[in-house]
Structure formats: C-alpha cells, structure tokens
Design a protein. Structure first.
Length: 116
C-alpha cells in the first residue's frame, strides 16, 4: 500500500488545541472530499518536550521538534496514489487547499515523504 507522510507545523498565531480542532473539524473533511482515493488519513499530534513529565532517555534536551503533527496518507494501490497526485496538481484544488491551510498551518514548512 503506497503511503505518504507529511510533517506539518501550525501557524504561530494559533494554539496547539485550536490547531488540532481546526484540522480535525475543517481540514480533514475537505481533504477527504477532494481526494476520494485515500484509503486512510491518520494524524498523530506531537507533544512538546516541556509538556512531558520526564524527558525520554533518548531525547535531546536541547532540541524540540519544529513540527506539530505527523500526517499519514495511505492508498490502496499505485493507481490511487497517481490519481491523488493528478488531482492535487489541478490549480483549483491547490487554491482551495492553500486557502484552508492559511487558517491553521504553515504550508511553507510542510515536508512530505513517500514511505514503505
């Protein structure tokens, strides 16, 4: 199953709680409506080190993640992934997504990988 992983940062003006709320209630339904070939769309929200009671043994004490969420996009097959990329290249789709992203995330900092 092809999978993409995106590392995403919230906008500075929005709290972590509001970021997550907007993502789940607004952005997720939008993306699912635009990309019907998604088989799974998972978000894992990161806690900052200062939010943990104790540092993890392997965690750097001086470096915090610049990212706020790890998003996984999974497809049933290569055709689904190819149709996702084709749809995502359409100007009107890009415009709708960018307009929505401006409400809560910093699209300039998003990094996306294809993973196995």
């Amino acid at each position: 199953m092809p999978k993409l992983v995106a590392l995403i940062c919230k906008r500075d003006f929005i709290s972590a709680e509001k970021f997550q709320e907007y993502y789940e209630k607004n952005h997720v339904p939008l993306i699912e409506s635009l990309f019907p070939t998604l088989a799974d769309y998972k978000r894992t929200y990161l806690l900052q080190s200062n939010m943990l009671n104790d540092a993890l043994p392997l965690e750097s004490e001086s470096v915090q993640s610049p990212f706020d969420v790890i998003t996984e996009l999974t497809f049933d097959d290569e055709d689904g992934l190819e149709r996702f990329f084709a749809r995502g290249a359409q100007e009107e789709v890009v415009d709708v997504i960018r307009k929505d992203e401006a409400n809560f995330l910093d699209g300039e900092k998003t990094i996306m990988y294809r993973v196995q």
